[in-house]
Design a binder for this molecule. Structure first.
Ligand code: F6R
Length: 241
């Protein structure tokens, strides 16, 4: 695993954006696997800034997102589709028909998951997968457990995840407790992975990811088995590694 340690969140975001920009410039029709949450917000802001300055072209880029809350409509302000539109898609020249996020309102969860997996395979897989990491070591919404879920699936969110994400909702009661997520197998099929981690509150888990055993109790630990992973983390996140 290649590791870039940056001084702070802003420098980390710039570094991730520059790696993604290099990917888009070298392969304009790249398939980017994208993440939501607070970690990539600064990265998306950088990409939008460079697009505004005429340095990037998203017209041929395709994207597939890691996950979506079950039960949220695309226009719901807490849906990940809405997040992506607000933070990136509506601010650059990407063709929205080439952006994919699981449908939180799907009638048939299993069909949704099977179709999402097929869609990804049909696109030829992700050239790059951007990943944040949960406090408990989750990637996508693959929560700690007894095994690594392989394919896209419907997941019950771990209490630690509900705790971390409830701040975005009016109350914990209205926050969905289930989500659709790419599986660990789906993520591991990406040609390249950028894992992005910020903040001291994730330092202990990141230390376990880097130095502990590969275990489904810490889902991100599986990334040590992927041949092309780059970790971009700020000094606070790496303070216990
Ligand atoms: C988001 C996702 C999650 C987040 C993780 C960290 O699409 O798949 O794994 O990356 O929960 O979230 P933040 O960045 O909000 O700490």
């Amino acid at each position: 695993m290649k590791i870039y340690k940056t001084e702070n969140y802003d420098k980390m975001s710039e570094k991730v954006a520059s790696l993604l920009a290099a990917q888009i410039i070298s392969k304009p029709d790249s398939v980017l696997g994208l993440a939501t949450g607070s970690t990539p917000e600064g990265t998306y802001d950088c990409l939008v800034d460079w697009y505004d300055r005429g340095l990037l072209d998203f017209s041929e880029v395709k994207t597939v997102n890691l996950d979506e809350y079950k039960g949220l409509a695309p226009e719901d302000h807490n849906s990940y589709r809405y997040f992506m539109d607000q933070h990136l898609f509506d601010r650059v020249n990407i063709d929205k028909n080439n952006t994919y996020v699981p449908d939180g309102l799907a009638d048939d969860p299993q069909k949704l998951c099977d179709d999402y997996e097929k869609l990804i395979d049909g696109l030829g897989g992700m050239d790059v997968q951007l990943l944040g990491m949960g406090h408990n070591g989750h990637i996508g919404f693959n929560e700690p457990g007894g095994e690594f879920p392989m394919a896209c699936h419907c997941v019950s969110l771990a209490p630690r995840t509900v705790e971390a994400n409830k701040k975005y909702f009016a109350s914990e009661d209205v926050m969905p407790k289930q989500a659709y997520s790419m599986g660990i197998g789906t993520i591991m099929k990406a040609k390249k992975i950028f894992l992005v981690v910020s903040g001291e509150e994730k330092a202990e888990t990141l230390g376990k990811v880097l130095h502990g055993p590969v275990t489904p109790e810490i889902p991100a630990s599986i990334l040590k088995f992927h041949p092309d992973v780059t970790l971009i983390a700020d000094a606070a996140a790496l303070s216990k590694s």
